[in-house]
Design a protein around this ligand. Sequence first.
Ligand SMILES: [Zn+2]
Length: 289
Amino acid sequence: MSVKVLSGFVIALFLALPLVIDQSFLFADCQSGSRPKGWQPTGDADDFDSSRPIWPGAKFTEQDRQRAVERGLRFIYKTAQDPHNFAEHGHDYLWCYDTTARAMKDEAVRSMAAEIGQKIARRWRQANPRVPPGASADTITVLVFGGDLADGLGVRDDAIKEEIRRAAARFSPKDFLEFDPDTEPPPSDVPEDCARCGTENPRGSGFCSRCKARLTMRSRYDVWSEALIITWSGDRYGVKLGASYADVLKWLPVMRPYRGREGGANREFVDIVYAVTHLVYTRAPIPHR
Ligand SMILES: [Zn+2]
C-alpha cells in the first residue's frame, strides 16, 4: 500500500494539530529541542479567542484560519464527487472529516465537518457493504480504516466488523505491515511497487520480477509510519491487523535519534517528519465528539 493513501489523514492532521495538541512533546522529540519563535502552548477551548493572531504579529487571526478551513472542507468535498477520487480515497475523505469534526475548537467548523463526514460515510458504507471474496490484506486494512471512521461519524455497521475480523485472521503480520514487529524492527529492504509496471515485489528484491526494472527501497521510517497507523486503527476498531499498536511502537528507541535535513543530504528526512506526524496523531488524545 502506498503512503499516498493516507493523504486525507495528513490534511486533517495539519488542520487540527495547531489547535488541539500540546505540542511540547513533539518539539521535545526533535534533535535540536528548539521551539519555533513565538510558540506558546494552546489553551483550553474555553479561553479560545478567535480574534487572536495565529502567532504573535501574524497578519491572520484564528477566525481567518477557521474560515480558511471551512473553504478547504467545501473544496475537498467537491473533489469527493468525482467517482474515481471517491473509489481511490474514500477512507481518506472520512479521515479528513472525522478528525476535523473532533479536533477543531470552533463549533461551527466542527458541525460542518461532521455533517459532510456523515454524508461521505453513508456513501462509503453503500460502496463497501461486504468483505469482497478473496480480499487482500490491503483491502482489509482499508475496510478497517473506513469502518472505524464511519462508526466514529455515527454511521455504524456492526455486522461487517465480524466479517472483517474473520478475513483478517487469515493473514500474517508481514501481509499487513511488511514485517513482523514481534521479531524485528522496521526494515530497510522493502521495495516500492515497481515504478514501471506497478508490480509488488518481495522484500530484498533489487529488480522487478516482471519487467526487470530497478526498484527503489522504502525507508524504514516509511514502513514504520504505515505500521503505526494500521495497527492503531486496528486496535481502535477491534480487529487485529497482524500486530498491536504497542508491538509497533516499541521500536521507537531504535528509530531515534531523528536525523535532520543535513543540507539535503539526508534522503530519509521527509519520511522521518512524516513518521513523527504519525506518532503525534496516534499518541495525542483527540477528544470524541
Ligand atoms: Zn516492473
